[in-house]
Design a binder for this molecule. Structure first.
Ligand code: SAJ
Length: 425
C-alpha cells in the first residue's frame, strides 16, 4: 500500500506541523480545518501558530503545491485526525471532568463521505482509552457500505489506528522527526500500514502495539510527568512551612544517583499535562488514586501562590504603616505557561496574575518578554519591561523562569519566587 495523498483534519499545533512534514517529504497533503481564517493563512504560505522553523516549511510546501488547506475534506489515501479533545463542563459530584469527543465525532462525520475502500484513518488526538474504537464505530455508522475492523478484522475495507502525538511545543519540528512513535492499530494490518505511513518522515522507531495500549501510553506519559511535578509542588509547600529552601533541597536530593526530582512552580499549565490525567481518572475513578491526587495538588498551587501574595501585601503594609494597599505596586514576572514561549493558554501564571488584579486595590504590572500585547481579558493589568518593574514595584511575584529573568539584578522589596529564579542568579 502506498500513500500518495494524505489528509490531516485539524490544522492546529499538531495537525499543521504534521501536514507540513508529510508535504516536505514529498506527499501530496490536503489539510482540513473548520476555520476559514486558518485556511486562508495557510494557503498564503503563512502560519497562524508560533512554532520555530514551521513557517519556512509551510511556505515551501504551499509554494511547491504539496500542501493546500480546505474547509471540506477531499478524497485521500490516509486521514490523520488531530482535533482537540477538551472536557465537558463538570456536572458529576466527584468533580472529575469527563472528556468531550465531539470534535472527533465531527471529524469522522466530515471525512465519512469521501472514504473509499483501502483508506487508513488514524486518530492522533490525545484521547481516553476506547476513543479510537468509538471513532471507528461512528465511521461505520456513517458509511454502512464500507466494512471496518470490528466486524471484518484484517479483511476490512477501512483500516483504523491510534498514533498519539508526543512532541514538545517549541521543539515540534525536530521532535516530529526524531521521537519514537507508538502505533496502535485495531488489527495488525492497521498497525503495519500506519507504521509504514509514519516512516515517511519519522527517524525514530515506530513501535507497534494494540489500540488501547497506544491510547493509554500517551495518557501515562503525561500523567507520569504530572505526578512528578505534583511531588515537587508538594515539597515546595512543605518546605515553605518548615522554612527550608526547596531549591537547595531538591538540588541536594538530586545528587543521589537514582533521584531526579522535577521543579516546583506556580501550577501546571498547557493543554496536555493538566488535561490528560483526567482521561484516566474519569475512566477508572476508584483505581486512579495517585493520578487524581496529583491533579488536585497541581491545580491547588495557583491559589497557594495567590495567598502568598496576599500575605506579602500584609507584611509590606505592616512595615510601611504610612502606606495604604492602594499605594502598593505588585509586579508579576512571566505570564506564559512555561519558560521561553509566548503561549498563555491554560497558564497558571496568567491565572494568578488575574487573581492578584482582582483582589489588589493598587497597581499591578506584568513583565512578559515573549508577547507584545496583553490578552483582551486582562483588564487593569499593565504590560511593562523588567527594568521598569523592578524600579516601581514593592512586591515582586516571579511566575515563570524565562531566560530574560535569570542572572538579573535582584529587585528590592518583597519577593514571592515560585520558580527559584533567584537561586539561579
Ligand atoms: N512544569 C513544572 N515543573 C517541571 C516541568 C514542567 O512545573 O519540572 C510545568 C510547566 O511549567 C508547564 C507544565 O508543567 O506549566 C507542562 O509543561 P511541560 O514542558 O512538562 O509539557 P508540555 O505540556 O509543554 O508538553 C507535554 C510533553 N509531555 C511530556 O513531557 C511527558 C510533550 O512531550 C507532549 O507531546 C505534550 O505534553 C502533549 O501534547 O501531550
Amino acid at each position: 500500500m502506498s500513500f500518495e495523498t494524505i489528509s490531516v483534519i485539524g490544522l492546529g499545533y499538531i495537525g499543521l506541523p504534521t501536514a507540513a512534514m508529510f508535504a516536505a517529504y514529498g506527499k501530496k497533503v490536503i489539510g482540513v480545518d473548520v476555520s476559514s481564517n486558518t485556511i486562508d493563512t495557510i494557503n498564503r504560505g503563512e502560519i497562524h501558530i508560533v512554532e520555530p522553523e514551521l513557517d519556512s516549511i509551510v511556505y515551501k510546501a504551499v509554494v511547491e503545491g504539496k500542501l493546500k488547506a480546505v474547509l471540506k475534506p477531499e478524497p485521500a489515501d490516509a486521514f490523520l485526525i488531530a482535533v482537540p479533545t477538551p472536557f465537558l463542563p463538570i456536572e458529576n459530584k466527584s468533580n472529575v471532568p469527563e472528556p468531550d469527543l465531539k470534535f472527533i465525532q465531527a471529524a469522522a462525520k466530515a471525512i465519512a463521505p469521501v472514504l473509499k475502500r483501502g483508506d487508513l484513518v488514524i486518530l492522533e488526538s490525545t484521547s481516553p482509552v476506547g476513543a479510537t474504537e468509538q471513532m471507528a464505530d461512528w465511521l461505520s455508522e456513517y458509511r454502512k457500505d464500507l466494512t471496518f475492523p470490528k466486524t471484518h478484522n484484517e479483511d476490512s475495507d477501512i483500516r483504523v489506528a491510534h498514533c498519539p502525538e508526543r512532541v514538545l511545543p517549541g521543539h515540534v519540528v525536530r521532535e516530529l522527526v526524531e521521537n519514537d512513535r507508538v502505533i496502535g492499530g485495531l488489527t495488525i494490518k492497521c498497525s503495519n500500514q500506519a507504521a509504514e505511513l509514519y516512516k515517511t518522515f519519522v527517524k525514530g522507531d515506530c513501535v507497534k502495539t494494540n489500540v488501547r495500549t497506544a491510547e493509554m501510553a500517551k495518557l501515562t506519559e503525561n500523567s507520569c510527568r504530572d505526578v512528578q511535578i505534583a511531588f515537587a509542588n508538594e515539597l515546595s509547600v512543605i518546605c515553605d512551612k518548615l522554612d527550608i529552601d526547596v531549591w537547595e533541597l531538591i538540588s541536594l536530593a538530586n545528587r543521589h544517583p537514582r533521584i531526579n526530582i522535577l521543579k516546583p512552580g506556580p501550577g501546571v499549565g498547557g493543554h496536555c499535562i493538566a488535561v490528560d490525567p483526567w482521561f484516566i481518572v474519569s475512566k477508572t475513578p476508584e483505581e486512579a488514586k495517585i493520578i487524581h491526587t496529583a491533579r488536585k495538588i497541581n491545580d491547588s498551587k495557583p491559589m497557594w501562590v495567590v495567598n502568598k501574595v496576599k500575605m506579602a501585601v500584609a507584611e509590606f503594609l505592616q512595615s510601611n504603616s504610612s502606606k495604604t494597599s492602594k499605594e502598593v505596586t505588585i509586579a508579576c514576572y512571566g505570564l506564559a505557561f512555561k519558560p521561553n514561549i509566548d503561549d498563555l493558554r491554560e497558564s497558571p501564571a496568567l491565572d494568578i496574575t488575574k487573581q492578584i488584579v482582582e483582589f489588589h486595590s493598587g497597581k499591578v504590572v506584568a513583565v512578559e518578554p515573549n508577547i507584545v500585547a496583553l490578552p483582551e481579558t486582562s483588564q487593569h493589568l499593565e504590560l511593562t519591561n523588567y527594568k521598569t518593574a523592578i524600579e516601581i514595584a514593592d512586591i515582586h511575584v516571579i511566575l515563570v523562569d524565562h531566560k530574560e529573568f535569570l542572572g538579573k539584578e535582584l529587585p528590592g522589596g518583597i519577593i514571592v519566587d515560585t520558580k527559584g529564579v533567584l537561586n539561579k542568579c
